[in-house]
Design a protein around this ligand. Structure first.
Ligand code: ZN
Length: 261
């Protein structure tokens, strides 16, 4: 692995110093956290997922109600990628910060469950997940189990076991409210934290993009690790424009005293 430039090493050291004195941290993760696991950013036009589709025609709530088959056709390759994906080094690093008592909450925009699979316990999935589905007719909620698998394997559109209407994966579509209880918890955690680490999010999707402001307003430190700039870089204590899967493991190893050089 190539070493980091001098300036990045100084930034890493700053992040380490902040985290060593923190015990109520929040990690806010976005698509960039899972791209090293091979999962495309499904909101990004570079992902290839939009090439044949207009997002508002397939991935909005209205579109889903009128043409669910289009939505399922669109999300199927993403669901396939997610089934085969493994947590990366950044997911493991975040889980270790929680285990060490430094991070208390992980707020994620991702729907892939990779944080939980890496060992994170308190994960708030503000954009939902593919783990359950809800009937658009009678609102019965069912675990994804066989439904998602049959859909991914055979393209079979899932139907409600109670009323036969279509089941919608519990992911937040364009034009849809965030899951309210999860969202309230995310706001509270952001207001109360002593440090927020933005990891792999460009903070372009509202309302989640506003959470770092809540943290700053209450005096928390802000550490940003993301490939591209964010609107709030200027207010952050530390900004590292790098791959999370390279930087976070290094930071965590130093925080936990595992590096001796
Ligand atoms: Zn139903």
């Amino acid at each position: 692995m190539t070493e980091f430039p001098e300036a990045t090493l100084r930034d890493i050291q700053c992040a380490v110093d902040i985290l060593k004195t923190s015990n109520n941290g929040v990690v806010l993760s976005g698509a960039g956290h899972s791209t090293p696991s091979g999962i495309p950013d499904f909101r990004s036009t570079d992902s290839g997922l939009w090439e044949r589709y207009d997002p508002f025609e397939v991935a909005s709530l209205t579109a889903f109600r009128y043409r669910p088959e289009k939505f399922f056709e669109w999300i199927r390759p993403l669901a396939l990628e997610m089934q085969g994906a493994e947590p990366n080094a950044a997911h493991v690093a975040v889980a270790r910060l929680e285990e060490a008592g430094i991070v208390k909450t992980v707020i994620t925009q991702n729907i892939d469950r990779l944080h939980q699979r890496a060992g994170s316990k308190n994960v708030l999935e503000v954009h939902g997940s593919m783990e359950s589905l809800t009937c658009i007719g009678c609102y019965t909620q069912v675990p994804a189990d066989t439904y998602v698998e049959r859909f991914v394997r055979e393209g079979e559109i899932p139907h409600c076991p109670v009323c036969g209407d279509i089941l919608k994966p519990d992911v937040v579509l364009f034009g849809e409210q965030l899951p309210v209880k999860t969202w309230l918890k995310a706001q509270k955690a952001s207001r109360n934290c002593d440090v927020m680490i933005v990891a792999g999010s460009s903070l372009e999707v509202l309302p989640v993009a506003g959470l770092p402001m809540r943290a700053l307003e209450n005096g928390a430190h802000l550490i940003i690790v993301n490939h591209s700039e964010t609107y709030i870089d200027v207010r952050a204590d530390v900004v590292i424009h790098e791959d999370v899967a390279r930087v976070l493991p290094r930071i965590v190893a130093e925080v936990l005293g595992e590096r001796r050089d």
